[in-house]
Design a protein around this ligand. Structure first.
Ligand code: 3H9
Length: 701
């Protein structure tokens, strides 16, 4: 017996209970406890069978990720699983919550599996850049077949108990008292002298796997696998389960697991796992910070953005007032909502009845007075300070005391908006990313006077609607868009210097971005950036650099705004999103370069990559230094979830640590010297310089 694993007996059934909050992860203490408890049950002659169950909110959620990278300590997980499987007395896993990774592998080592109806099982290791390393790749194909196992391991998604039972991964699903019903199930096994079902004894017939199966699987999953290290190793491990005996297969799995464990991709993905959880911890907030109600919401501005935002709440059963200037505007927004939900109906993800119930949650109105009782109002009109201020003045008049007043602004000064109300403590920024019903990021902008209560409430709300909330201080563009500027600027400058759009896009795509900066501009609409530049020029806050945004501005003036107008930097065939390089644009770029006296040259892929990514990192360092972001890992979460930065690179700041802040600092200085620094583009962030001279990393801060 140890402090986290407990044994007792009920009649002839021994019970091993793991109680290691929060998620019963398989720390050394848990592994050691299981082996000892198993031994105790084996030695107890009154015990004929064993039930393995967990206390708290879940069955074992996996290996203890915090122990990865530390010197391994026996008993190792594969040995624990083997000990369960080798038990001469039947062992039955009783699963509630989520049996994940090593947790599910423990269950696979048991001879039978019983699950509560709300339980889920899965092997999510791929999401951490790993393969299952305690026999999952060897036992699961033996239990449910190669196809089901490969799909499950490759997706990493957990499967609900009933589905798992249909697939054969679970033997029995129970509705009520998991322990009691598992004891009954185990008693029956004993009465019926049921055999010990050891998965290691099953040999898969290699002939059962169709010819070319693995190649076809690779092809079908090519997009999902792009840039990731683990998926290819998952295929190899499952192939080993088919082609080798169990012991050799286990050895192969171990080798592949260790390769993954030390890969930069897995280190990055494990960083992302903890970074996401850390982002939820905000200075000044405690578990006791009071929360406000968010039982009703209103959206001001029902365009594509407003509609998308509203869907997040309706999907959680929260009624949403849809407010706009007239019925036609509201109807346009509702049409977007309707067609988005309808897509779900057509794909079978929701029934017609569910669709109707959802649609009833939307309350259209043009009257601000109707918002008197609403808990949270989100303004999502276009980026114009005067319009936003006007709306907040009106909200201040009609909303009840304590209502949260939020703006979806992506660039504007939230403090200026809050200042027009009599309650700046209730004002917060909620910056959703387009499409707002899909993108996971929610930048939560904390104004100078935003109260802790409001902040805590919206952080909780983000989680409730399935977003990852990251807090940002107030500055132009907040964390994400402020960093985007240098990335986009350099791409535009490099066009003038001689790089082809398709080269720039290829380099960033190969780095792992979903698309390159030029293609992204065409998708989002290059007129959007042009408007922001125009506004900033008017205000005198834009660099007096004619080159900055020049190509895009010229194209917008020609009516080429991107995909939506059939042409931007690239050309698009009717109804197609395939970007076609356009010689006309190439001529325009060459002429502009000649006019400005820029002699075009060949740019290496390396230069393109570093000139796009390093300014982004440099700006991130400034953001950190200024306290706009609380920690470097928050910036990583913003860029992964809002801009598609490849998760397997861990986000820009983790990537900076991987390359080395010193190396990045030196390259920025080199660009300062060779490209010139008239506009401060290559001014190194003091924090980056400091890390370089101290030989430290962002993770050390
Ligand atoms: C594996 O098993 C490898 C094996 O195949 C082979 C080995 C040889 N370890 O997410 P939450 C912490 S790889 C350590 O907020 P929820 C988490 O950091 C593993 N800590 O709760 C947080 O801590 P804090 C495969 C862990 O209810 C707290 O628990 N398994 C682990 O929203 C609560 O977490 C996985 O990948 C862990 N494994 O979601 C499953 N898991 O309070 C990973 C959680 O200090 N876990 N913590 O911030 C999850 O997916 C979710 O945590 C879970 C609960 C669904 C379980």
């Amino acid at each position: 017996m140890n402090e986290v694993v407990f044994s007792k007996a009920e009649g002839r059934i021994g019970i091993i209970e793991i109680n290691s909050p929060p998620v019963n992860a398989l720390s050394h203490a848990v592994r050691d406890g299981i082996v000892r408890a198993l031994q105790t049950a084996r030695n107890d002659k009154d015990v004929e069978a064993i039930v393995l169950i967990c206390a708290g909110r879940t069955f074992i959620a996996g290996a203890d990720i915090r122990e990865f990278g530390l010197p391994p300590k026996a008993p190792h997980l594969p040995e624990v699983v083997a000990a369960l499987e080798a038990s001469p007395k039947p062992v039955v896993a009783a699963i509630h919550g989520t049996a994940l990774g090593g947790g599910f592998e423990i269950a696979l080592g048991c001879h039978y599996r019983v699950a509560g109806v709300a339980a889920k099982v899965g092997l999510p290791e791929v999401k951490l850049g790993l393969i299952p390393g305690a026999g999952g790749t060897q036992r699961l194909p033996r239990l449910i077949g190669v196809e089901g196992a490969l799909q499950m391991i490759m997706s990493g998604n957990p499967i609900a108990a009933k589905k798992a039972a249909e697939m054969g991964a679970v033997d029995h699903v129970v509705l009520d008292d998991l322990l009691k019903e598992t004891i009954d199930f185990t008693g029956k096994l004993l009465d019926e002298c049921a055999p010990l079902r050891r998965l290691c004894d099953i040999q898969i017939d290699p002939g059962s796997v169709p010819e070319n199966y693995y190649d076809e699987f690779r092809l079908a999953n090519a997009r999902r696998m792009r840039g990731y290290f683990a998926p290819e190793r998952i295929i190899s491990a499952v192939q080993a389960a088919v082609e080798m005996n169990f012991e050799d297969g286990m050895r192969r799995e171990r080798e592949l697991f260790i390769e993954c464990l030390h890969s930069p991709e897995s280190i990055a993905l494990r960083h992302v796992f903890f970074a996401e959880r850390k982002a939820g911890k905000v200075d000044g907030l405690t578990k006791d910070t009071p929360l406000r109600d968010t039982k009703s919401v209103a959206l001001i501005g029902t365009g594509t953005m407003g509609g998308g935002i509203a869907m997040n709440f309706a999907s959680k059963g929260i009624p949403v007032h849809m407010v706009d200037v007239d019925d036609a505007a509201i109807e346009r927004g509702m049409a977007v909502v309707r067609s988005n939900y309808m897509r779900g109906v057509k794909k079978g993800r929701m029934s017609e009845a569910q669709f109707d119930t959802l649609m009833q949650l939307f309350i259209p109105t043009t009257n601000y007075e109707d918002l008197a009782g609403v808990d949270l109002v989100i303004e999502a009109v276009f980026e114009n300070m005067a319009v936003k201020k006007d709306i907040f003045r009106r909200l201040d008049q009609v909303c009840k005391p304590g209502a949260i007043l939020a703006s979806n602004t992506s660039t504007l000064d939230l403090n200026e908006i809050a200042a027009v109300t009599s309650r700046p403590q209730d004002v917060v920024g909620l910056h959703f990313f387009s499409p707002a019903n899909i993108m996971r990021l929610l930048e939560i902008v904390r104004g100078a006077e935003t109260s802790l209560e409001v902040l805590a409430t919206v952080m909780g709300l983000a989680k409730k609607i399935g977003k990852v909330g990251v807090v940002s201080g107030v500055c132009h563009g907040f964390i994400g868009n402020r960093m985007l500027e240098g990335y986009i600027r350099e791409a535009g400058l490099m066009l003038l210097e001689g790089a082809k759009p398709e080269q720039i896009d290829r380099v960033l795509y190969e780095f792992g971005m979903p698309m390159g900066p030029i293609a992204m501009g065409d998708l989002a609409g290059i007129d959007v950036g042009a408007k922001v530049r125009e506004e900033r020029r008017r205000k005198g806050t834009f660099p007096a650099d004619e080159r900055f945004g020049l190509v895009a501005d010229k194209l917008v003036a020609m009516g080429r705004c991107g995909q939506k107008t059939g042409a931007g930097v690239y050309r698009y065939e009717e109804g197609s999103r395939a970007a076609i390089p356009d010689p006309e644009v190439q001529t325009l770029i060459q002429n502009e370069a000649a006019r400005l006296g820029i002699s075009q040259r060949h740019l290496s892929d390396e230069e393109i990559l570093t000139r796009c990514i390093y300014p982004l990192i440099n700006e991130g360092a400034k953001i950190l230094d200024e306290g706009i972001a609380q920690r470097a890992s928050d910036i990583d979460i913003v860029w992964i979830n809002g801009y598609g930065f490849p998760p397997y690179r861990g986000g820009p700041m983790h990537y900076a640590d991987h390359v080395g802040p010193g190396k990045i600092y030196e390259q920025i200085c080199r660009y300062r010297d060779t490209l010139g620094n008239e506009f401060g583009y290559w001014e190194s962030a003091p924090l980056l310089e400091k890390l370089a001279s101290d030989r430290r990393k962002f993770a050390d801060l």
